[in-house]
Design a protein around this ligand. Structure first.
Ligand code: GUN
Ligand code: ZN
Length: 427
């Protein structure tokens, strides 16, 4: 039986970085028709209700119905250590992150955190994440199993490291290749699950391991490859010392076959002009992680790049300080303000949905409301708290209604999350 969701409907017919707010389509008294996990139609509530009298109705009043949020770069194993105080990237990794990731040698712990993590993000309206796991194959199994149980479209892969990490977190070029390949064959394309080839970053991989990842990617070209690029200046200096023969940070990946369409680089703050030009030429994706970039003290991403290549938005938990894509949109706005580039709410919302889906090359399936797309949806209360409600009272446009929720909203604004055509039970 079909379901009909009634409310204000926000979808996109284009890219707001190209055509501004006209890229958005707002139906004030709208409806979305869903059946068997797919979006069948969207339109005026009256017309769709009349055309589908037997559909089960879900009246969300003045709430906004949007594509579910897509978080394009996270570390689910860092769930329990989010908001760890006082360190910059390298010390933060050594003092907080690596000890926590060691715990994932225990598959029960991995399962516990994977379930906890997905329940947290679903409560925040996020329906797809692209996550790093740990070096332990069981950590990949745990997230895929938890996602499968929730019917979610999920991307993840074993994080490969063969140097500059504690012995308990190291693999080798060969074991990284073998384990990644076995996981890829086990999971990639099953249900809504996609394997992502995942060398953590150049400082923790030898050139041999990067080459092994490049080889695996060549053998499985339809997978994504994710890694980190130019997040902090100290990290870039370290990369220079470790790879004296490389032209720059991006070159450490490119020479090992890790730069082309489907490459998804997190952070990418301190890029040279050569690196930007190569990324554009290669058709790579970048992911902006604004709460992480301020929390770990990394720098201010240049959103001007969104006009030249695929840019997604992400929490980067637990380097990021929130699981919420609303909070992440707010941080993206603030970072852009510091760069004298006020992002329009239409752009912020697009980044959190279609932009991230495009970065993951999944824009035909998720990140928008259109016939045939997968029915992953979020229903947002635009007056969820008194401070937000009072700020919207004089709103004349949709964007004036939405912006206070972007800047001040949290999980209380998430009225419902739909995954694969079904509402997620509230706990
Ligand atoms: N660079 C390499 N690993 C990480 C990580 O786990 N988090 C962040 N923010 N940056 C990284
Ligand atoms: Zn990261």
């Amino acid at each position: 039986m079909a379901d009909l969701l009634l409310g204000q409907v926000l979808s996109y017919r284009g890219d707001p970085f190209e055509t501004g707010e006209d890229a958005a389509r707002h139906i004030a008294d709208g409806a979305v028709l869903v059946e068997a996990g797919r979006i069948l139609d969207l339109g005026e509530a009256g017309a769709l209700t009349a055309a589908h009298p037997r559909a089960r109705r879900h009246d969300y009043g003045r709430c906004l119905i949007s594509a579910g949020f897509v978080d394009a770069h996270v570390h689910y194993p860092q769930t329990a250590m989010i908001a760890s105080w006082g360190k910059r990237l390298i010390d933060w990794l050594n003092d907080y992150t690596f000890p926590e990731e060691m715990r994932f040698a225990d598959p029960d712990y991995a399962r516990d955190i994977a379930g906890r993590y997905l329940d947290i993000v679903l409560a925040g309206g996020t329906t797809t994440v692209c996550s790093y796991a740990t070096i332990h194959p069981g950590s990949v199994d745990a997230l895929f199993e938890a996602a499968q149980a929730r019917d979610m479209r999920i991307y993840t892969g074993k994080t490969c490291m063969d140097r500059n990490a504690p012995p308990g977190l190291l693999d080798t070029a060969q074991s990284a290749y073998d384990q990644s390949r076995a996981l890829l064959r086990k999971w990639h394309g099953l249900d809504r699950l996609s394997y992502v080839i995942t060398p953590r970053f150049s400082p923790t991989s030898t050139p041999e391991q990067l080459a092994a990842m490049g080889q695996l990617w060549k053998e499985h070209p339809d997978c994504l490859m994710q890694t980190h690029l130019s997040e902090q200046t100290d990290e870039i200096e370290w990369v220079k010392a470790l790879f004296p023969q490389s032209r720059d940070y991006l070159d450490t990946y490119e020479t090992q076959g890790l730069l082309r369409e489907g490459a998804v680089y997190g952070h990418a703050i301190w890029l040279t002009e050569r690196e930007k030009a190569r990324l554009v030429e290669a058709g790579a994706s970048l992911v902006h992680c604004p709460t992480s970039n301020t929390f770990i003290g990394s720098g201010l991403f240049d959103m001007g790049l969104a006009r030249r290549l695929r840019v997604g938005l992400a929490t980067d938990t637990g380097g990021g300080s929130s699981f919420s894509m609303l909070r992440t949109m707010a941080a993206a706005y603030e970072v852009a303000q510091l760069r004298h580039n006020p992002l329009h709410p239409a752009q912020l919302w697009w980044l959190a949905t279609q932009g991230s889906a495009r970065a993951l090359r999944a824009e035909e399936r998720i990140g928008n409301i259109a016939p045939g797309m997968e029915a992953d949806l979020v229903v947002v209360d635009l007056a969820s708290t008194h401070p937000i409600e009072q700020a919207t009272r004089r709103a004349e446009t949709l964007w004036q209604q939405i912006f206070p929720t972007i800047m001040m909203g949290d999980d209380r604004a998430i009225r419902a999350t739909w995954v694969n055509g079904r509402p997620v039970p509230r706990s």
